[in-house]
Structure formats: structure tokens, C-alpha cells
Design a protein around this ligand. Structure first.
Ligand code: GTP
Ligand code: MG
Length: 159
């Protein structure tokens, strides 16, 4: 499976990619570029099977979130999952988290991408990275595994 990382600058694509590569990289290829370079590979006929959209929970959707979803829609590639990242530094209530999720889904819908059924998981790639480095996978690693499993399940359901 060839999966691309999309999302605004500094949302955590590269850290997320590092964690996913450490956990699942033996069986899958993950494409990660700086936000500005996503348009170089997110094109029709790119051979990318799926996308993981990373959103920083402290910011919500940002300009490159929008731009990458527009590119995804043009390329006809549906995001396979949304990762609400940096939950470790998020100290607001669950209501605000729901609003960020809703805003992200609304944005996908505005580009005529599927929105309601797309799995959305909140967690922290940096914390997962630290757990893996320390060889002590824990709750943060479990969250990113959940993201990946849900993304693959959504994709294999033929979305
Ligand atoms: N607190 C916290 N920081 C994080 C987390 N994930 C990433 N970061 C930090 O956020 C910054 C940006 O992370 P990157 O992974 O480089 O972001 P990116 O989306 O690849 O950014 P571009 O390549 O510029 O588009 C780095 O300083 C990371 O260490 C997280 O879960 N929690
Ligand atoms: Mg990066």
C-alpha cells in the first residue's frame, strides 16, 4: 500500500510518518513531503492508494489543509483517515475537539470528498515516537495503531 501524508506545515506529518514507518514500514510505503511540496506528488495517476490527513488540534484546519484537500479531490483520492495530532499539548475540553473534527469533515465535504464515514482519531505522534524510542509502546502508540488500522479498513472497504 502506498499512503501519502497531507496537512498543514508543522501539523506533524513527518513525525507521524516516522512512527508509522517504524510500526508498519516493512509492508507499506509512506510518502512524506513538506506541505509546500505535496502538489508535486498528489496528482491524478500518482499511484497513491490512500492519504492520511494530519490536523494540529491546537490550530484546526489551516490553509494547506484546504489546499491538500483540493488537490486530493482533483486527483480523485479520498483521505483514508484524519489524525488530530498534538493531543499531548491540548488542554481544552472534548467539545472543542469535536468542533475541530466537524470543521475538518465539513471541509472534506466542501471538496465533495466523503466526510461522514472517514475515521478520525486523536493522539500524539511525538509521544508515540518517544514511547517507541524508549522501546515501551504504550497508550500513545496504541492510538496511532488505531489510526492506521482504521485507515486501512476504510480503504479496503473500497472508499
Ligand atoms: N507536542 C507535540 N509536538 C509535535 C507532535 N507531533 C509533531 N510535533 C512537533 O511539531 C513540529 C513539526 O512537526 P513535523 O512532523 O516536522 O511537521 P510537518 O507536518 O512534517 O511539517 P512540514 O514538513 O513543514 O509540512 C516538530 O517540532 C515536532 O516535534 C505531537 O504529537 N505533539
Ligand atoms: Mg515534514
Amino acid at each position: 500500500m502506498k499512503i501519502g501524508m497531507i496537512g498543514h506545515n508543522a501539523s506533524g506529518k513527518s513525525v507521524t510518518c516516522a512512527v508509522l514507518a517504524a510500526l508498519f514500514g516493512d509492508r507499506h510505503t509512506i510518502i512524506d513531503t513538506p506541505a509546500e511540496q505535496v502538489e508535486e506528488w498528489l496528482r491524478p495517476g500518482s499511484g497513491v492508494d490512500g492519504l492520511i490527513l494530519v490536523v494540529n488540534v491546537m490550530d484546526g484546519p489551516m490553509p494547506y489543509t484546504r489546499k491538500h484537500l483540493a488537490l486530493a479531490a482533483e486527483a480523485g483520492i479520498q483521505p483514508s483517515a484524519v489524525w488530530l495530532n498534538k493531543l499531548d499539548v491540548y488542554h481544552h475540553g472534548p467539545e472543542l475537539l469535536e468542533i475541530i473534527e466537524m470543521e475538518t469533515r465539513d471541509l472534506m465535504a466542501s471538496y465533495k470528498l466523503e466526510d461522514e464515514e472517514v475515521p478520525c482519531v486523536a493522539g500524539s505522534s511525538l509521544k508515540a515516537f518517544e514511547e517507541i524510542q524508549a522501546r515501551r509502546p504504550g497508550p500513545w502508540t496504541a492510538k496511532i495503531k488505531e489510526l492506521w488500522e482504521k485507515a486501512l479498513a476504510y480503504q479496503s472497504a473500497g472508499k
